[in-house]
Write a protein that binds this ligand. Structure first.
Ligand code: NDP
Ligand code: OXD
Length: 311
């Protein structure tokens, strides 16, 4: 029983994953993509942004596991082996990291920390107050494994919290909207938007000038979903016009963000390098082992991706 690991990352994550997987599945032969051995023996793939075509080279693949929650790079592979199930990552520690990121940046925008930092650099003593959290509406786009707990946590801080998803949802303390029809109400009056959507054909370019125009003047945006959801020129224009007062972006169309990109040095843009949350091998390996055991016992896999909708 062999698994191939691939990660297109700036750090080599193979050894921690191998160690964590061997602890829960001692019989699993965990191989790095650098030394795949006999590819006919590979039954499972655990991957982060593999090059298109790579997965199609394993003739006996039984399941593909994504290291990350987002599976857009896998589904965009024209040679993704047909009929092989793809599972996304749903892990409490990943969710917790995303909740922390969202809270950190919602509070940063709520308290206008970027202005305080600017004033500090100018040795300017200027006090101001922020509205009460209950007077500030925060909108969460995507109410799934990550967005749902994030919306609850933001609501728990006392913010007026509104959420948006594809299908109807009920979350205590969160006003839930859904679908294209719910979008207008979701946006109107929302001063801080947090995007936690997967990248699909429906969500591509969703963070665009039409959406920004429906927000109150001076609204702020936090995007930790995927870069393909944001129209970069529209963000820059909205920042220039004051429609948006600040954006915090963890994800980009081109990653790593090229050094010449205007976002890096823009005074109204906070850039984080796609590290809102990183999957922890220790906790995630337990979930993978569970899924591999299920497959071996002919039980249905957990967190299987619905390829027809893209997440
Ligand atoms: P889920 O699949 O659990 O949830 C996705 C949510 O988005 C669901 O609520 C879904 O609606 C909603 N959604 C999908 N399509 C639409 C649409 N067209 N209109 C409205 N709502 C839509 O995903 P996760 O919560 O696990 O992860 C979300 C994304 O977060 C990942 O795909 C990834 O891109 C990103 N991510 C980023 C990380 C980072 O470090 N920056 C780390 C982890 C994740 P419904 O509930 O109705 O199906
Ligand atoms: C993920 C990510 O999808 O890290 O998990 O972006």
């Amino acid at each position: 029983m062999a698994l191939i690991f691939f990660s297109k990352d700036d750090v080599d994550r193979f050894e921690p994953w191998k160690k964590a997987l061997k602890e829960v599945l001692p019989d699993l032969d965990v191989r790095s993509w650098k030394q795949p051995g006999n590819i006919g023996e590979i039954e499972f793939a655990l991957v982060w942004n593999p090059p298109p075509g790579m997965l199609g080279t394993f003739p006996n693949l039984r399941a593909v596991f994504s290291v990350g929650a987002g599976v857009d790079s896998l589904l965009n592979d024209p040679e993704l082996p047909a009929g092989v199930p793809v599972c996304r990552m749903v892990d409490d520690s990943l969710t917790q990291g995303m909740v922390e990121y969202s809270i950190l940046h919602v509070l940063r925008h709520h308290r206008n920390q970027p202005l305080l930092e600017k004033n500090q650099r100018a040795a300017k003593w200027s006090t101001f107050s922020s509205p009460l959290a209950s007077e500030r509406r925060v909108g969460i786009m995507g109410l799934g494994a990550i967005g749902g707990p994030t919306a609850k946590a933001i609501s728990g801080l006392g913010f007026e919290t509104i959420g948006w998803s594809r299908n109807p949802k009920e979350i205590v303390g969160v006003e839930c909207m859904h679908g294209k029809k719910g979008m207008k109400d979701f946006l109107s009056g929302t001063e801080i938007v947090v995007c936690l959507l997967p990248l699909t054909p429906e969500t591509e370019d969703i963070l665009n000038k039409d959406l920004f125009a429906q927000l109150p003047m001076g609204a702020t945006l936090i995007n930790a979903g995927r870069g393909g959801q944001q129209v970069e020129e529209d963000i820059l224009e909205a920042l220039d016009s004051g429609q948006l007062s600040h954006v915090t972006l963890d994800v980009f169309r081109d990653e790593p963000l090229p050094p010449y990109h205007p976002f890096w040095k823009h005074s109204k843009v906070t850039v984080t390098p796609h590290n809102a949350a990183v999957t922890q091998p220790k906790t995630a390996a337990i979930l993978l082992a569970n899924n591999i055991n299920r497959l071996n016992a002919s039980q249905p896999l957990i967190n299987i991706v619905d390829i027809s909708v893209g997440y």
